[in-house]
Write a protein that binds this ligand. Sequence first.
Ligand code: ADP
Length: 266
Amino acid sequence: MLTAGVDTGSLAAKAVIFDSEVGTVVGSACLATGADPAAAGMRALQMALEDAEVSIARIAATVATGYGRGVLPTADWRVTEITCAARGAHLLDAGVRTVIDIGGQDSKVIHLDGDGFPADFALNDRCAAGTGRFLEVMAGALGVQVEALGELALSAAGPAPITRTCTVFAESEVIGLLAQGRTAAEVAAGLCRAAALRVAQLVAALRAEPRFMLIGGVAQNEAIRHELARVLETELVTPAQPQLVVATGAAVVAAERVDPRWSPTK
Ligand code: ADP
């Protein structure tokens, strides 16, 4: 059976086509959400179908998730990102008990039970610190793309001290540090450390236990992965495509609802 998962996030719309017979994603897409989340979600779904080389008629069901889940016209069900993140992580690694999801405008820590369902979660959606948006604004201040920030940070001899995590004040601090002669790499390292510390505070707020999995677009930043593992003193599993885990979980939920006898770990 083929199912679709569409995760329309604050910054990026992701879609996957999932084959429940083999338990893998067979097509995917990711694009900017922009100002029209319904259109972005539908475009991501269409692109994922093209990537999988299948027509919509072959899709048994579609689950929409993400902040734009309410507006996806063709969704059969709408499910929270918390549940979808848990189901996606469980599909990829049934030993995971804590999922850390760093997205565009929020970060979440989800504690999973032994069956891969959310038991508890902590959410930061009040402040951009420790989110993709914070890193995007700071990358802009350093004159680099956000995709290059991690590599730049890892090239530094050490991190410059970033004392402010409020995006507006941190941007002024970055400009000040550069004016004092700190290199862009040192400032990038300081920013990644500050963002990781912020996420670690959220982890500490929850009864987090290993194994940890890091997901969301920001999980592609290798300096964040490194800093977070260091402050949490644990290994972090990072899947090959961390930004697609929530959409994958949505497609898993779709398969479970169509066929309640099907299980992602059998
Ligand atoms: P949302 O679901 O809230 O839209 P995502 O989980 O899709 O968020 O993550 C979006 C964020 O991921 C962006 O803010 C950006 O900072 C970050 N990001 C995307 N691609 C990369 C990359 N290649 N390297 C580092 N960060 C990235």
